[in-house]
Design a protein around this ligand. Structure first.
Ligand SMILES: [Zn+2]
Ligand SMILES: [Zn+2]
Ligand SMILES: [Zn+2]
Length: 138
């Protein structure tokens, strides 16, 4: 329980049952989660709107980051300490396993710098790699 309190306190967010419970789901998970996953894990305690608002707040405060997927759905994963309100530093590679379908944050693998043509200014770069994860290789 203590970790949830510490994270919410650091962000200056008030501690509510929904924030605590949803944060707990992320802390217990080693993979990225969808809105539906969170809803399932916390049902029937919170409705869709509460889950949606809580996720938005967490993204805004640098607690979780969004991960783009190939089917246009959005996944969320916990941020590391460098993220803050309105300032994310999650330019690491995301890996989707084609066997177990789990998405992982590869926090220590940075996205290589891409040289864009003159006049193009990058704001955010995302990279997703598909393959077979550590747990599925043997
Ligand atoms: Zn972040
Ligand atoms: Zn796998
Ligand atoms: Zn990530």
């Amino acid at each position: 329980m203590q970790k949830e309190y510490a994270i919410l306190k650091k962000c200056g967010l008030s501690i509510t049952t929904s924030r605590k419970a949803i944060l707990d789901v992320f802390l217990q998970s080693s993979e990225a989660l969808s809105h539906a996953d969170i809803e399932r894990s916390t049902a029937p305690a919170f409705d869709r709107v509460t889950v949606y608002r809580t996720l938005q707040t967490f993204v805004e405060y640098g607690i979780i980051h969004q991960i783009p997927t190939t089917d246009n759905s959005v996944l969320y994963a916990l941020c590391k300490d460098e993220c803050a309100v309105g300032h994310h530093q999650d330019e690491h590679i995301h890996f989707i396993c084609i066997l177990c379908k789990k998405t992982s944050c590869l926090e220590h693998v940075e996205i290589p710098k891409v040289n864009l043509p003159k006049g193009f200014e990058p704001v955010q770069t995302a990279m997703v790699i598909k393959g077979i994860c550590l747990h599925c290789t043997d």
